[in-house]
Design a protein. Sequence first.
Length: 428
Amino acid sequence: MKTNRLTIILAVILCCMATTVDAQGFLKRIKDRAVDAAKRSVEYKVENKAGRVTDDAMDAVLDGKGKKKDKSGNESSSRNDEEVETEPQEVEATYEQSDFVPGSIVFFEDNLQNEQMGEFASKWDLVDGSTDVAIIKGKKCIHFEPGSRIEPLMTNQSSYMPDMFTLEFDFWMNDPKTEMHNCYELEFSNGNGEDVYQIRIGESYSKLEVTCRYKSTTGDWRESGEGKTWELKKNDWSHFAMSFNKRALKIYINGKRVINIPNCTSAVRMKIHQADWGGFNGNKNYMTNFRYAKGAMELYDQNVTDMSAVEKAIATTGKFVTNNILFETGKATLKPESMAEIQKVADYMKKNPSVRFEVQGHTDNQGSDAVNDPLSQQRAESVVKALVGLGCDEFNLRAVGKGSHEPVADNKSEDGRAKNRRVEFIKK
């Protein structure tokens, strides 16, 4: 029995010793794993801190690029490639380039030069309100009282606009910081007297806004230009031009196209209205240098047709004659819309660098030779200067003023005088 008890005691002792050894090994393994985890945690923190320092240093080198503002307005670094904000690149807005081509046959024109100050302009009819002749910045013009309407005085007052025409005029814009806002409204109507499109030109927060509400060829009313603004010439004259071809309506301000409508109902009559704009109705609206002409740019046909026309004229007649290079009245200053026509000649000369042109300026017989002869010379020189500015070789150009000595039409009619006011490019 003693032997058995001793054996049992020894077995229990050995078992306890084995259990103790196992427990110590287990605890040691736990301790080792904890130490390893702690080391890895320290290493991760060190690496992470170093990474942040590197990112911050890179942000400083980039001088703020890739940073964005959080909701509180503070800048924070953006480390993801997809979050990096790049500065927008400027691109040329091709729709701003002028492709305006004035109609060749003038059926209404008025620069108000022969009108008396303070009187109603003799070439116009009054519909509403009151207007009179004034002078602003050296130009005689029509001054509109608030809410006034006028229309051209024509032989057929109810229908005079063809299905292809151009309209141009100069209009005055105040500085909105010191004067009342301006708003000009053109109301175009059909044979039944119903409005078919209305063009508004006015100031919007020191910018120029042009809108057109029109009846489409499908019969529904639409609007173009809303929300777009253009640079405003404050306390100065700006130039309006439009081209209508059967259904295509294009509007230009200072030589830049601002509205392009492909399908608009045609009109036969127009009124000019000094309109309200944003609650303002000032009394300083002025307009001058009106020009209505038959003809318009072909539908969706611009540079290709324009160039072939120059080439064809030179090939068949040896010269290119145009009535679409226009000048300020009594001056040699080119109007902005003339550059489209001059560009055609420049393109031709670049394509044919050996061609030489005599650039002839012609006037009508209004005024004396003492005025017209030097004026035509100066105008021809202005065209040459414009061509040189477009990259043409000055050696291949010679300006010659012809005055009114070589008319191509009868100077007794306005249409004839319009044809005589021309520029000819004679191939030499």
